[in-house]
Design a protein around this ligand. Structure first.
Ligand code: PLP
Length: 392
């Protein structure tokens, strides 16, 4: 059976070019970048080249990049790094975030809240978008940090980050603004020198952009103060102790270079082809399946994601049926697979628990082909019809 992978928001494959770039840093130039000898210095140069590539993609300075173990660590470093010092000094501090963040942000916010940080969790509209007026109304004199994601992992819906960050700085230039851009990398342009010039902290994860799992970074704008999560060495300019994951960092650098090519607006970019394939899948399914709807905005959305609701169908049973026919998809966030609770994102958008449990996320990668989409448009409607026919 030819398998069809439609779960790129859970993880992307490592591209052959990325794998080839990292391979020598296991087998030949395996030195520790902190070592003064030749092998160490080859590794150090590779890390710094990767830092420059990532900085070019994000339009920032290489000094502003802190390599981490992934999106979860980057989000925790952003939230705890900014807010823990207020707890230590026993100064009041307020965090604004949203109900639709990934659990890497929500659980970090919950832990800070239990230790004394005041937290506002903004609700999205039914389209999955945070209202800028409600956001502005939530800003307080002791607000110290904002954390709003750029693209949602379940719906792909994009938040107006440039606008929210500008409003934050107009209110008080000292408030730091964090965005979890994990699901935007390799899909949307991210420019920290123009549109996102008011963003201070930004998280990315390697395994959502064709580099391996366990790699990631946090952009920390020059001047932003951050307490490290890990202690033990001067790595990453005192912001993240621990010997660098050299092959992983090299992979991130190569993946950043490839993303930059795909996002080049002068080319008929990979990204518009990805969006065309996603639209073909979505239209095909909506045409073939009665009582099917898209969850969330279809205009402000990452180009590779669709979240579809099939009324009267249990998405968990559908996932199992699809897997048996070779289609990998997801319901809710990947880390919740196997659990039966409804997606917190869809509930926050106003869906009922039953509607949320009838929703399926399909997310394409740059390797998805038109043939795969056409086969998915045949297999999924048949599986939905079969499950509906089994209903009592
Ligand atoms: N943030 C978002 C929006 C995500 O989708 C994910 C992973 O699914 C993460 C953070 C966590 O990233 P990682 O798996 O690299 O820890």
């Amino acid at each position: 059976m030819q398998r069809i992978y439609l779960d790129a928001n859970a993880t992307t494959p490592v591209l052959p070019e990325v794998f080839d770039a990292m391979r020598p840093y296991w087998l030949e130039a395996f030195g520790n970048p902190s070592s003064a000898h030749h092998s160490g210095q080859r590794a150090r140069s590779a890390v710094e080249r990767a830092r420059a590539s990532v900085a070019e993609l994000l339009h920032c300075s290489p000094k502003e990049i802190v390599f981490t173990s992934g999106g979860t660590e980057s989000d925790n470093l952003a939230l705890s790094g900014v807010l823990q010092p207020y707890l230590d000094k026993r100064e009041p501090a307020h965090l604004i975030t949203t109900q639709i963040e990934h659990h890497a942000v929500l659980f970090a916010a919950g832990s800070l809240e239990r230790r004394g940080i005041e937290v506002t969790y903004l609700a999205p509209s039914s389209e999955g978008i945070i209202d800028p007026a409600a956001f502005e109304a939530a800003l307080r004199p002791h607000t110290r940090l904002v954390s709003v994601m750029l693209a949602n992992n379940e719906t792909g819906v994009i938040q107006p980050i440039g606008k929210l960050a500008r409003m934050t700085k107009n209110h008080n230039a000292n408030i730091l603004f964090h965005t979890d851009a994990v699901q935007a990398a390799a899909k949307l342009p991210i420019d920290l020198s123009s549109e996102f010039k008011n963003v201070d902290l930004l998280s990315l994860s390697g395994h959502k952009m064709y580099a391996p799992q366990g790699t990631g970074l946090l952009f920390v704008r020059s001047g932003a103060q951050l307490a490290p999560l890990f202690l033990g060495g001067p790595h990453e300019r005192q912001r993240r102790a621990g010997t660098e994951n050299v092959p992983g960092i090299v992979a991130l650098g190569r993946a950043a270079e490839l993303s930059q090519q795909w996002l080049d607006p002068s080319l008929d970019s990979e990204i518009s082809q990805l969006a065309a394939l996603r639209d073909r899948l979505e239209k095909g399914l909506l045409n073939a399946i009665p009582n099917a709807n898209v969850n969330g905005s279809t205009t402000h959305r990452a180009p590779n994601t669709t979240n579809l609701r099939f009324d009267g169908v249990d998405a968990e049973s559908l996932l199992i049926a699809l897997d048996m026919q070779g289609i990998a998809a997801s319901f809710g966030a990947a880390c919740q697979s196997g659990a039966t609770e409804a997606s917190h994102v869809l509930l926050a958008m106003g869906l009922t628990p039953t509607q949320a449990r009838s929703s399926l996320r399909l997310s394409l990668s740059s390797l998805t082909t038109a043939d795969e989409i056409d086969r998915a448009v045949e297999i999924i409607p048949a599986a939905v019809a079969h499950l509906r026919a089994l209903r009592p």
